[in-house]
Design a protein around this ligand. Structure first.
Ligand code: CUA
Length: 155
């Protein structure tokens, strides 16, 4: 088969462009460790309940008006069951699951993420308004899904 010289050049440019595109895609997808920003840290999902700090979930004050909330989401509940922070507090939620995928949503805020077994999923929120904030699971996780909730009290 005879190809015109310009045809060959165009074919090579096309193939080269495609190869470059796939290469960039691979670099972006794998080499740079791309993952949803909330899923960067992992622990052994089978040992969640014995891995600090998730063995003793709770609030830890880390600044003047800042707290770390280490929580577990499990079938069917959250731990700790009740938390309380002063108005104006910034809370960094760190949540993981020992069993299946759960959701973590605080209605009325922008906190809404999936909780994957063994992944430490995080979100930060500043509670400027006093109130009782409901934390709910919004991923169907089994028979007790609809009762899976806890609260954080801001006052
Ligand atoms: Cu946990 Cu739905």
């Amino acid at each position: 088969m005879h190809l015109h010289r310009f045809e060959k050049i165009w074919l090579m440019l096309g193939a080269g462009g495609l190869a470059l595109f796939i290469l960039l895609l691979c670099v972006n997808a794998f080499a740079m460790g791309m993952a949803p920003p909330s899923n960067m840290e992992m622990i052994d999902p089978a040992k969640v309940l014995e891995t600090p700090p998730f063995d003793k979930p709770g609030l830890k004050q880390v600044g003047d008006q800042e707290y770390d909330a280490y929580m577990t989401a499990f079938a069917f509940g959250f731990s700790p069951t009740k938390m309380e922070v002063p108005v104006g507090s910034t809370v960094n939620f760190h949540v993981t699951s020992p069993d299946v995928i759960h959701g973590f949503q605080i209605p009325g805020t922008n906190v809404n993420f999936m909780v994957l077994p063994g992944h430490i999923n995080s979100a930060t929120y500043t509670f400027d308004q006093p109130g009782e904030y409901l934390i709910i699971c919004n991923e169907y996780c089994g028979a007790g899904h609809q009762v899976m909730a806890t609260t954080i009290i801001v006052k």
